[in-house]
Ligand binder design. Structure first.
Ligand SMILES: *Cc1c(COP(=O)(O)O)cnc(C)c1O
Length: 383
């Protein structure tokens, strides 16, 4: 019995909808299913404007273009994140100023942000790690005080919420811009796919143009202009409608998928709590301003060696558990190209999660028997 880390789940209508879009004869971008997806997200989560993209990475690149990021602009971001979060901005010449993670979660430590703001700071990039909200009220207050943009990397954060002074807000709805991923490792999938969410209306028109190779083709198809041409920079950021078709089938089952993932998450938590009580591991903490969308279940080992041994033990039982990010401020690329003395800071919490965080197998079809086997093997390792 092999237990993978991830297994993409087909919820039912994916193939039928792909067939339908092919039979309609419109398989390029912005067909009927792409539009259904946009409507779904805009209605369910109150996002001002949604545009499917070929990936979350591409949605983030669109953010950097929309914010007019230039050489020497500074972006504040967590070091414990995926490369795409910052690469999108580095591609436009930005200098990344890394902040540490919090003690309780891998999210950016909000208390450190203000000290990192300079006259060149353009934006704060936040990542809702494991779909758990960053403290957005504090982040938005800082952004307002210093006139900065906020981009939410919501790749992992579908159907998760922030409970702040304005009530319950979906993640991805608070920053000026945000980006989601539908990569096969996320909760809701399309193979490769993503979405740009625009909450500040002034970016909507330009976003449509950038996504359509720098042309005003979207306005042309709506009949707003009588020919379309080259009006701005851009690239090909829109996915085929076959991606929209796959994604829409998933969205129809979003509640079912989320319910099952939460059950799996709770089962891990309840059965592993004993190890936390014995001070052997730490379990995820959910701040009182955040909800849980059951994207990842992680445990935190006491040190790197213990985690390496646990991974090996589980692997010997055919269980695939994986660590996650390597602090970006420690990467060769950053050290060579971006780090100068004034920029180098120790980020111990980010390094701690780099060394100690371990993700357990997590997918819709992980049944109770397999999950209990994983839990038993972790317990065996610790006794
Ligand atoms: C998955 C992920 C991305 C990249 O998403 P793609 O759709 O694969 O481009 C970016 N940031 C974070 C935090 C992610 O988890």
């Amino acid at each position: 019995m092999q237990i993978p880390y991830n297994k993409p789940y087909l919820s039912g209508n994916e193939l039928a909808y792909i067939k339908e879009t092919i039979e309609r004869g419109h398989i390029s971008g912005d067909g009927i299913f792409t539009k259904k997806c946009h409507e779904f997200f805009e209605t369910k989560y109150n996002f001002k404007k949604c545009l499917l993209t070929t990936s979350c990475t591409d949605a983030l690149e669109m953010c950097a273009i929309l914010l007019d990021i230039k050489e020497n602009d500074e972006i504040i971001a967590p070091s414990y994140t995926f490369v795409s979060t910052v690469n999108a901005f580095v591609l436009r010449g930005a200098k990344i100023i890394f902040a540490d993670s919090e003690k309780n979660t891998p999210n950016i430590d909000v208390e450190q942000i203000e000290n990192l703001i300079s006259a060149n700071t353009k934006a704060i990039l936040v990542v809702h790690y494991a779909g758990i909200a960053c403290d957005m009220d504090k982040i938005m207050e800082l952004a307002e005080k210093y006139n900065l943009y906020v981009v939410e990397d919501s790749a992992q954060a579908i159907d998760s919420f922030y409970l702040g002074k304005n009530g319950k807000k979906p993640l991805g709805s608070m920053g000026h811009l945000s980006a989601f991923s539908f990569h096969e490792t996320k909760n809701i999938i399309a193979g490769e796919g993503g979405m740009l969410v625009i909450n500040d209306e002034k970016f909507i028109q330009r976003a449509e143009i950038i996504r359509e190779k720098g042309t005003n083709r979207s306005a042309f198809f709506r009949g707003e202009v009588n020919k379309y041409g080259w009006v701005d920079v851009g690239s090909s950021f829109l996915p085929s409608d076959m991606i929209g078709a796959f994604l829409f089938a998933q969205l129809e089952n979003l509640e079912k998928i989320q319910k099952r993932r939460l059950e799996i998450w709770e089962n891990y938590y309840q059965k592993l709590e004993i190890l936390e009580k014995q001070n052997k591991i730490l379990l995820p903490k959910i701040p009182n301003y955040a909800t849980n969308n059951a994207h990842i279940f992680y445990i935190i080992c006491r040190n790197l060696e213990e985690r390496t041994n646990l991974i090996a033990h589980l692997k010997s039982k055919n269980i695939m558990a994986v660590f996650h990010y390597l602090s970006l401020h420690q990467s060769d690329f950053y050290k060579e190209k971006h780090n100068n003395i004034s920029n180098h800071r120790e980020l111990p919490q980010s390094d701690f999660y780099t060394d100690c965080l371990l993700r357990l197998p997590f997918y819709y079809e992980l049944d109770a028997e397999k999950q209990d086997f994983v839990i038993e093997e972790i317990k065996k390792f610790y006794t």
